[in-house]
Write a protein that binds this ligand. Structure first.
Ligand SMILES: Nc1ncnc2c1ncn2[C@@H]1O[C@H](COP(=O)(O)OP(=O)(O)O)[C@@H](O)[C@H]1O
Ligand SMILES: [Mg+2]
Length: 262
């Protein structure tokens, strides 16, 4: 197998997962098939409780699927940890480390020496306009700032795939729009492969190369949609008639999916 051709890719095939509730097996993911290609920004959008976070736990190797395969960079990896960088909904920072050390520890994980990591952490923090809080501890930062540090940590882990689970859900609308622009800038400079989860149709259309629309649990892929807008994305892309049309299409899918269940 030519490893270089399949680097930074993810392929899920036939993923099925059920949880046991009392005596019952409750299926959460029924048959998930999807891919992330090298350097692609792919988003999963689906109703709350459709199993998106569960899917991330399977990809991260924290839990095992009952059926199906998870292939990263051409290798079956089910149950293996440490292959992806993962950013959960709440900013995940070490409260006992300064902001700078939260970043430098990620760089050490990625293979840098301690002194290189400290230097480089400062440079990165300057680059994202957080140099002035490098010595602070995470709890004194605003939600948006914590999110930026958390995202930078995930980015600098240098894993082949970043999985971002509703990273902006807890932010107010304006901060969220800022964060989306910020994430796009950073991502466009670096082009890591990303699997992103959101509830927001606009966010999915704004950020992604492709989106997968999931049904309610037990989740399956209702539709795969390629997003046609040029990069870098224009800040006013949401005014494009094609954007409005895609938004309508995804909304209809999500509503239709919901009405099938309840
Ligand atoms: N460890 C678990 N044991 C039992 N049920 C679980 C467990 N984890 C998640 N679930 C159930 O699986 C479903 C999907 O949850 P989740 O993956 O968090 O959905 P989403 O992230 O799409 O909102 C929910 O009904 C949830 O209650
Ligand atoms: Mg979730």
């Amino acid at each position: 197998m030519t490893g270089s051709l399949v680097r930074n890719t993810l392929e899920l095939s036939g993923i099925y997962k059920a949880y046991t509730r009392g005596k019952q097996q409750v299926p959460v993911l029924s048959d998930i098939n999807l891919q992330v290609k090298a350097g692609e920004f792919v988003t999963l959008i689906g109703p709350s409780g459709s199993g998106k976070s569960t899917l991330f736990r399977l990809i991260g190797g924290v839990e095992r699927a009952d059926r199906g395969t998870i292939v990263i960079d051409g290798q079956e990896v089910s149950g293996q940890r440490g292959l992806i960088s993962y950013m959960p909904q709440q900013a995940a920072l070490f409260p006992w480390l300064s902001v700078r050390d939260n970043i430098s520890s990620a760089l050490v994980t990625a293979g840098a020496s301690k002194s290189e990591a400290k230097q480089s952490a400062m440079e990165w923090l300057e680059r994202i306009q957080l140099g002035h809080v490098a010595k602070e501890y995470p709890h004194v930062l605003s939600g948006g700032m914590q999110m930026r540090v958390s995202f930078l940590r995930a980015l600098l882990m240098k894993r082949n795939l970043m999985c971002l689970d509703e990273p902006f859900a807890a932010l107010d609308a304006l901060t969220r729009a800022d964060m989306q622009r910020w994430l796009l800038q950073l991502w466009e400079a670096d082009r890591r492969s990303v699997l992103f989860v959101t509830h927001s149709i606009e966010e999915a259309l704004m950020l992604s190369d492709r989106i997968y629309v999931l049904s309610s649990a037990p989740a399956t892929v209702l539709r795969e949609i390629a997003i046609p807008f040029e990069r870098p994305r224009r800040a006013d892309v949401w005014t494009d008639p094609a954007f409005v049309e895609l938004k309508r299409e995804v909304l209809a899918l999500l509503e239709y999916g919901d009405s099938m269940i309840g």
